[in-house]
Design a protein around this ligand. Structure first.
Ligand code: HEC
Ligand code: HEC
Ligand code: HEC
Ligand code: HEC
Ligand code: HEC
Ligand code: HEC
Ligand code: HEC
Length: 319
């Protein structure tokens, strides 16, 4: 995207009067809260509920401050402190604090996990107890990596990362493109309309963040249990997608809303392609019941995180 366009982000409040329905559901969604200033979240209070320590003698202490959440990390006489500024993750499953220490970006070693309602080591961080307060602060991240974190969790992030024009969260213009021209003179030609995309392109749009398969290799990525968290990787490998050529993420999800948790919501979507008569013939098991619990199982490939298998299929365990 050229630099000029970056200047043309106007923010979701500008879209609101003309698109009130999309605004009101999107505003309340996990997309819109995928990144927040940490002070606007309950994370500080949650991390302070119980004293946190590591076996190596490391102790963590947190205190709210106007600009974020201060963290003090102590081992014996050595102590460091810094400011955690950003909360990554809306809290549907987890929240990871991010901040800077001596000019470097850090992903904090402690995250909040919603399912067990507890603080624990951030996924991907070393299991060994931290030897120094610096190690306990977390993993230093390069500018390039941290740019990518912000770019997937927010709108209007420039390389650097330059956060001066950023709006935290995945909001309207992250998907539809900068909207200043459109808001001034509404037309279909000056905003990225996404409802007429062919299925594969539509999936690709979501896959910019939810992740497309990496280039084919000897061991297909879809067979890795952890890839269940990358819904496009799974969906693209399903026969429903491959044989219909018409299935995309928005067949089942309103992109302006969170995922619906009621299995009965999805059954008519399946039936649109697997009509009652056909489903009865092909599905010898329970074609009169909701399909998703049997054909899109929920699994936890990582501690505390649960995902839904988007490679719609018949699983051995349910045969
Ligand atoms: C700019 C990156 C980005 C794009 C593009 C994107 N998503 Fe997301 N999506 C996220 C992030 C980040 C989360 C996690 C939010 C959180 O922290 O809970 C998420 C979460 C979700 C959720 C789960 C919400 C819930 O119930 O908790 C759904 C469903 C979803 N996205 C669907 C889509 C669909 C469909 C598309 C394409 C139309 C799409 N996303 C495009 C970044 C993106
Ligand atoms: C390619 C886009 C992308 C990048 C880069 C990215 N995220 Fe995310 N992140 C997502 C999406 C999509 C989700 C929701 C689904 C999931 O969990 O994979 C998510 C979810 C999360 C969650 C909620 C827990 C969870 O896994 O659902 C946290 C916390 C998080 N990201 C932090 C980070 C941090 C910190 C970085 C940088 C080190 C980062 N993310 C980089 C796209 C991205
Ligand atoms: C002053 C009213 C107004 C504002 C402000 C406005 N829109 Fe629109 N928008 C419209 C109208 C009217 C249409 C239908 C245009 C048509 O059909 O010719 C439209 C159409 C759209 C479409 C569908 C495009 C398509 O190809 O079908 C999208 C997406 C959209 N707007 C997004 C946005 C976003 C995002 C914002 C905020 C950045 C925004 N709009 C601000 C009035 C507005
Ligand atoms: C995660 C990406 C994403 C975000 C964020 C997002 N949209 Fe959309 N939007 C889409 C997709 C995809 C479609 C097409 C949906 C479909 O085909 O069913 C769409 C469709 C629309 C349409 C056209 C409706 C129609 O039925 O043709 C409008 C208007 C719109 N969005 C406005 C907004 C506004 C306003 C916001 C912010 C409040 C917003 N969108 C945020 C992805 C997004
Ligand atoms: C856009 C159309 C479409 C939708 C929506 C759809 N499917 Fe399918 N599905 C297909 C097609 C086409 C096939 C391949 C049929 C064949 O091979 O003869 C298929 C295959 C399947 C299979 C066999 C998969 C395998 O690997 O053997 C199952 C099970 C299935 N669908 C269940 C579902 C369920 C459950 C839903 C809803 C969650 C659903 N489908 C939604 C089109 C669709
Ligand atoms: C055939 C229907 C269907 C399609 C197509 C579909 N989803 Fe889902 N999705 C579901 C169901 C069912 C759930 C689980 C909802 C629940 O019970 O919480 C879900 C949950 C999710 C979640 C929450 C995390 C998880 O894994 O449970 C995300 C994120 C998500 N979908 C993204 C996507 C994306 C991105 C696409 C396109 C690649 C997509 N979905 C296509 C049915 C679908
Ligand atoms: C109680 C679990 C259960 C429910 C509910 C269920 N199915 Fe099935 N389905 C199965 C099993 C198990 C098989 C494989 C049977 C076999 O191969 O012996 C199957 C097979 C299928 C197949 C054929 C797959 C192939 O290999 O050709 C389709 C299509 C299908 N189901 C669609 C559906 C749809 C659509 C729904 C909802 C309307 C549904 N199923 C509800 C368990 C279930």
């Amino acid at each position: 995207m050229v630099a000029l366009l970056w200047l043309a982000f106007v923010g979701p409040e500008t879209c609101r009067p003309c698109h009130p329905a999309q605004y009101s559901s999107q505003y309340a969604s996990h997309h819109a809260r995928a990144l927040r200033p940490i002070g606007e979240t309950p994370v500080g209070d949650l991390l302070r509920e119980k004293a946190l320590a590591e076996r190596s003698g490391i102790e963590f202490g947190y205190a709210p401050e106007p600009a974020g959440l201060s963290v003090r990390i102590k081992r014996g006489q050595r102590e460091i402190s810094t400011l955690l500024e950003w909360a990554f993750g809306a809290g549907a499953q987890a929240v990871t604090p991010v901040g800077r220490y001596r000019g470097r970006w850090y992903e904090h070693r402690i995250s909040w996990y919603e399912a067990p309602r507890q603080a624990a080591r951030t996924i991907g961080h070393p299991a060994d107890p931290s030897a120094t307060p610096e190690q306990a602060l977390g993993l230093p991240q390069s500018a390039e990596t941290i740019f990518r974190c912000f770019h997937c969790h927010a709108t209007g992030v420039r390389e650097g990362p330059d956060l001066s024009a950023m709006r935290p969260g995945v909001t309207c213009e992250r998907c539809h493109g900068p909207g200043s021209d459109h808001a001034a003179q509404p037309s279909r030609t000056n905003i990225r309309g996404l409802s007429r995309l062919p299925a594969r392109e539509s999936v690709q749009m979501c896959a910019e963040c939810h992740r497309a398969p990496i280039a084919p290799s000897a061991a297909p990525e879809v067979n890795d249990p952890v890839s269940i968290r990358f819904q496009p990787v799974s969906l693209l490998a399903s026969r429903c997608f491959q044989r219909s050529g018409a299935l995309s993420c928005v067949t089942c999800h309103d992109p302006h809303q969170d995922a619906r948790h009621d299995p009965s919501f999805y059954t008519p979507k399946c039936r649109a392609c697997h009509s009652s008569a056909q489903a009865t013939k092909r599905c010898p098991r329970a074609p009169d019941q909701d399909c998703v619990p049997c054909h899109m199982e929920r699994r936890s490939p990582l501690p505390f995180l649960t995902f839904t298998d988007h490679r719609i299929r018949v699983l051995g365990a349910r045969r």
